[in-house]
Design a protein. Structure first.
Length: 286
């Protein structure tokens, strides 16, 4: 299956098809779709696949840098505490809640594959969270669980980087700690969504410097992805290109005793079969 990425080369931004040897630029052929967001809104990923067939690589490996796949989604909505062991981590004696916890992130809080997460000057408590992200293709409101998969265009990976002290600056919100510039990553690419098998029981792993830290399966989610789409679309209209970040397993650095936060030089690798690997280094804010 052809994968699609957004990338920059020589100061110019492109989208194109991913190959083992590099990128096939497709955006110059489709000026009516300035970014992959517009491609998704037009339900045209299959047209990109046809356009890439037989074409030569235009940007070989080493000549480009990955950007987040959908550069300007209207909404990025993240699901929190969505695995049983994550709920237990809170040690508050509460059973899994009847409804999901949600928060939003801004596009600027993410960077692309193989680019560093930025540990900000304001905190040294940068943490990782490996997750699957889904990209909405067909928008809608009041979407049923039975119809939910019909609204997904593509899947990708997310490192939902978090500044742990900043998520506790106030009584009930986590927005600050989830939105430092370039504190998370998304990508490397979009994999077109064609089957529920891509999401229903797949393994998510996160490694830090080669050490396995997170390891779980989507079949154990407290709120499966169709339920997420149903619930979120109850209160907001989902639009093409919107992203839902679906939840992380146990094993983030904050849950170790003592905590193990990310530091410059660390490498985080998030991997899901059928999607690929999202890799991020860590650097301090200049």
């Amino acid at each position: 299956m052809t994968k699609f990425a957004t990338y920059t080369a020589n100061g110019e931004t492109f989208y194109g098809a991913v190959t083992d040897a590099g990128m096939i630029a497709l955006s110059p052929e489709f000026p009516q779709w300035p970014s992959l967001r517009e491609v998704i809104a037009a339900n045209a990923l299959s047209e990109l696949e046809k356009a890439a067939d037989g074409k030569a690589v235009t940007h070989p490996n080493g000549s480009f840098a990955y950007e987040i796949p959908v550069p300007a989604p209207e909404k990025i909505i993240c699901v929190g505490v969505n695995f049983p062991d994550r709920n237990a981590e809170y040690k508050d004696g509460q059973e899994a809640p009847p409804n999901m916890s949600l928060f939003i992130r801004f596009p600027g809080s993410f960077t692309g594959h193989d680019r560093p997460l930025i540990r900000p000057k304001a905190s040294d408590k940068l943490d990782y969270e490996g997750e699957i992200a889904i990209v909405i293709g067909k928008g809608g409101r009041h979407i049923s669980q039975a119809d939910a998969y019909d609204h997904i265009a593509a899947v990708t990976l997310c490192n939902e980087g978090t500044l742990r002290d900043w998520v506790r600056h106030a009584k009930f919100n986590v927005t600050q700690g989830k939105n430092f510039d370039q504190s998370g990553a998304m990508g490397p690419w979009l994999v077109p969504f064609t089957s529920k098998d891509q999401l229903e029981d797949v393994r998510i792993t996160t490694k830090v410097n080669g050490e396995l830290r997170q390891d779980d399966r989507t079949s154990r989610m407290l709120f499966p992805i169709p339920r997420q789409i149903e619930y979120i679309s109850t209160f907001t209209t989902l639009k093409p290109g919107d992203i839902i970040v679906t939840g992380t397993p146990t094993g983030a650095g904050a849950r170790f005793d003592p905590p193990i936060f990310l530091k410059p030089g660390d490498v985080v690798e998030i991997e899901v079969d059928g999607i690929g690997m999202l890799r991020s280094g860590v650097e301090d804010e200049a």
